[in-house]
Design a protein around this ligand. Structure first.
Ligand SMILES: C[S@@+](CC[C@H](N)C(=O)[O-])C[C@H]1O[C@@H](n2cnc3c(N)ncnc32)[C@H](O)[C@@H]1O
Length: 241
């Protein structure tokens, strides 16, 4: 190997490490608010815009997490960082008219689009709450708490996870899904791409919220989605803590 190769490799590693650090420090609530204000109107279209070879990874992720969460008719569900309500049709189809959905987001503009989704479907059992998930008080005794594409975004994400934990009833299901840096060897280069993407979509894909979940829950399960580019994970809150 010649000198240029080693210099190139060293430069690449240094750049990757700067990118990883930058994605953490540039993730601020004010940048997020401006970003989601701009994107709110058409945010839910993203599910069908992000596709490769006829596959839609965000939709695969939603289906994976819904299957793991095993929602039932009549369930009371919390969807935090709910955005524009992209999960609502999946949830409402499963919990039906006897269930209850409480959905929390920080962005009033995203919630306005979520309200339009509710109106279009005529659901009367969905409540929207505008709040920082890190301090939300959505109520108690939820059968299922859920967060998709939110835990690499919410600035104080561990506090948000804890608030949702407190709202979950003992024996209830905690379900999360997101983009991630995969541990699969063949997905490593995707991780580097994600570090670059982080800067543009204001995320920190170096976070590993599934480890928080694995440490607290029973029957913990995690599945890789779309070649490890996404994951879905689920666990049950113990009956006695
Ligand atoms: C990538 S979007 C995901 C939306 C939705 N969960 C989905 O799967 O389509 C991230 C959402 O997190 C919300 N968010 C950002 N900071 C938040 C906070 N501190 N508390 C609650 N929601 C927050 C944003 O407003 C945005 O709607």
């Amino acid at each position: 190997m010649n000198r240029q190769f080693w210099l190139g490799l060293l430069g690449g590693l240094a750049l990757a490490s700067v990118l990883r650090q930058t994605s953490k420090t540039s993730l601020t609530q004010s940048r997020l608010d401006a970003y989601y204000k701009r994107r709110a109107e058409n945010y839910n279209d993203t599910d069908l815009q992000v596709g490769l070879l006829g596959r839609y990874p965000r939709i695969e992720m939603r289906e994976a997490v819904m299957n793991l969460a095993d929602l039932k008719p009549g369930d009371k569900v919390l969807d935090f960082a709910c955005g524009a309500g992209a999960n609502f049709p999946y949830i409402m189809q499963r919990i039906g008219p006897t269930g209850k959905l409480v959905a929390v987001d920080y962005s009033p503009e995203m919630l306005a689009t979520a309200q339009r989704v509710i109106n279009q479907h005529g659901w009367t059992n969905v409540e929207l709450v505008q709040s920082d998930a890190a301090t939300m008080q959505p109520g108690t005794d939820f059968d299922v708490v859920l967060c998709t594409l939110g835990l690499i975004v919410i600035p104080r994400h561990e506090q948000a996870m804890q608030q949702a934990w407190d709202a979950l009833k003992p024996g209830g299901t905690y379900a999360i899904a997101d983009i991630c840096e995969s541990d699969l060897w063949y997905a490593r280069p995707i991780g580097w791409l994600l570090n670059i993407l982080d800067l543009f979509i204001i995320t920190d894909s170096t976070r590993r919220p599934w480890e928080w979940l694995a440490a607290r829950t029973e029957n913990y399960r995690r599945v890789e989605v779309f070649f490890g580019f996404f994951y879905a994970a689920v666990g049950k809150k113990p009956l006695v803590e």
